[in-house]
Ligand binder design. Structure first.
Ligand SMILES: [Zn+2]
Ligand SMILES: [Zn+2]
Length: 88
């Protein structure tokens, strides 16, 4: 199991290693995992976002309109959580 932080409410929770998405138990956000297209940093993002700010290189990264196993990255490889774009 991976222990991941929700990008909305910052509550950490357990997610199955093979999962590519999950719903936050605390705020019900639909989250998924995505690798930054600039630096490859794998992070949790909200599926409602159209883009996010990479937590590592701070670049804007566009998110896919449709999520699936081909675009996501499994929970066990996730290293952090992304921030909204534009940043709050
Ligand atoms: Zn949450
Ligand atoms: Zn990055």
């Amino acid at each position: 199991m991976a222990y991941l932080t929700c990008p909305w409410c910052l509550t950490p929770q357990l997610v199955g290693d093979e999962s590519v998405e999950y719903a936050c138990f605390t705020c019900a956000a639909q989250n998924a995992f995505f690798a930054c297209t600039e630096c490859g940093y794998r992070q949790t993002v909200s599926k409602r976002w159209t883009a996010f700010t990479c937590a590592k290189c701070e670049k804007k990264v566009d998110l896919p309109r449709r999520w699936g196993y081909s675009v996501g990255t499994p929970a066990m490889t996730v290293e952090g959580h992304g921030q909204p774009w534009p940043k709050f």
